[in-house]
Design a protein around this ligand. Structure first.
Ligand code: FAD
Ligand code: UDP
Length: 375
């Protein structure tokens, strides 16, 4: 009989690894410092309005990974949902991501797809080769006017620095479309869990070999008696910040209520820097199959993450990269510990990627322990 396994964190990473190991016959203990499971995907029903709230910010599930899509659907019914984001800039509302409607609305034109392509190309900064910075990427692919209206101010608020100091990869997450497709994502599968992600994670954790303890902060001594630790907490935190703290952005959510429908959509971004928040989310629109008279909304503000704040977005600028390299080298020396998930590997990971990595991590552990890799 192999020793039981300790998993730190009951978010998606910890839950999926725990379930795979439990099904392979391992005894699994999962601890989490929070009072709930599901990590940052946690959702809770607001008593006053009855609305399901995305407590740590809006989470929409989207993926191209058939196995991951089948996995989540085994644990929860996914309702059809397409993320259609709007943005307010200079007192007007536009459609995001930049698509033919945005272009025609913004420039007051009636262009067809090919005309719009040629028009945007004429606005593009031709002196930019392969874009390195966020600003280069924007100037090359949408031109200065759209960049200033939708991306420059928002990005300064979101990241607390100039888009010139950020990598092009951040903007590459967003498509530019020359048709009227206003789906924020381009993946084949997209949806929302009927009863929320917390219920979905509860189903993943529901196995006789899994024991969960909440409100339990990990200390190294907890690892005693376990054959292996999967750690999905902050990488620098595991080493008591011995080289310093890896930088994160944190978010503040200012809650407000409204009778009826506040903004008519789930997510309204604010492109201008003089509006202090980045976006407003109206939670009831994330569950359009439910009916609620009253509404609960979050104004979302981004700022530098202090020691007692929730770490949300890893910054990963050049200073952080050097620090990260030190921690990664240190982590490699740690025996019987695997660092997983968005905090353990200090990367922005979408939920589907998190699940994919968790499935793969669990399978390689099971393979290594039993000497028997899954065919
Ligand atoms: P987490 O969810 O952070 O879970 C880690 C868990 O470990 C937490 O519960 C924490 O309490 C616990 N923990 C940490 N340290 C300790 C410790 N020392 N002791 C005990 N417990 C500890 N992805 C999408 O696919 N679609 C989206 O729309 C989307 N929107 C997002 C919006 C925002 C604002 C953010 C920040 C992320 C979004 N994501 C989205 C990404 C998604 O949140 C992650 O993919 C997911 O949360 C990763 O799961 P995880 O288990 O790795 O980490
Ligand atoms: N972004 C922007 N304006 C918007 C939406 C996004 O400038 O209205 C930028 C911002 O820098 C953000 C990046 O594009 O970090 C990627 O957008 P995404 O919606 O993927 O951000 P996330 O889901 O990480 O909040």
């Amino acid at each position: 009989m192999t020793k039981p396994v300790l998993i730190v964190g009951a978010g998606l990473s910890g839950a999926v690894i725990g379930r795979e190991l439990a099904e392979a016959g391992h005894l699994v203990r999962i601890i989490d410092r929070r009072s709930h499971i599901a990590g940052n995907c946690h959702m809770a029903r607001d008593e006053a309005s009855g609305v399901m709230v995305h407590v740590y910010g809006p989470h929409i599930f989207h993926t191209n990974d058939d196995e991951v899509w089948a996995y989540v659907n085994r644990h929860m019914t996914f309702m059809p949902y397409v993320n259609r984001v709007k943005t307010t800039s200079n007192g007007r509302v536009y459609s995001l991501p930049v698509n033919l409607h945005t272009i025609n609305q913004f420039f007051g034109k009636t262009l067809g797809p090919d005309e719009a392509k040629a028009f945007i190309l004429s606005l593009s900064d031709a002196s930019i080769g392969e874009p390195v910075t966020f600003e280069d990427q924007a100037l090359k692919f949408v031109g200065r006017e759209l960049y200033e209206a939708f991306f420059e101010g928002y990005t300064r608020k979101q990241w607390g620095c100039s888009p010139r100091d950020l990598p092009a990869s951040i903007l590459k997450r967003l498509p530019v479309r020359f048709n009227y497709d206003d789906n924020y994502f381009s993946h084949r599968f997209q949806g929302m869990p009927e009863h929320g992600y917390t219920e979905m994670v509860a189903s993943i954790l529901s196995h006789e070999n899994i024991e969960v303890e909440l409100e339990r902060d990990f200390v190294r001594a907890d690892a005693e008696g376990f054959g292996h630790v999967f750690y999905s907490g902050p990488l620098d935190g595991y080493f008591d910040y011995e080289f310093g703290r890896l930088g994160y952005r944190t978010l503040d959510f200012e809650e407000f209520r409204h009778d009826g429908d506040y903004q008519g959509c789930a997510v309204m971004n604010y492109g201008n820097a003089d509006v202090p928040y980045t976006r407003i989310t109206e939670h009831k629109h994330f569950s359009p199959w439910e009916t609620h008279e009253r509404s609960i909304c979050y104004r979302e503000y981004s700022r530098a993450c202090g020691p007692d704040d929730v770490p949300y977005y890893p910054i990963r600028l050049s200073g952080e990269q050097a620090l990260l390299a030190q921690y990664v080298a240190r982590a490699r020396m740690e025996e019987n510990v695997t660092f997983v998930g968005r905090l353990g590997t200090y990367r922005y990971l979408d939920m589907d990627v998190t699940i994919r990595e968790a499935l793969d991590t669990a399978q390689s552990y099971i393979g290594a322990v039993t000497g028997n890799l899954r065919p």
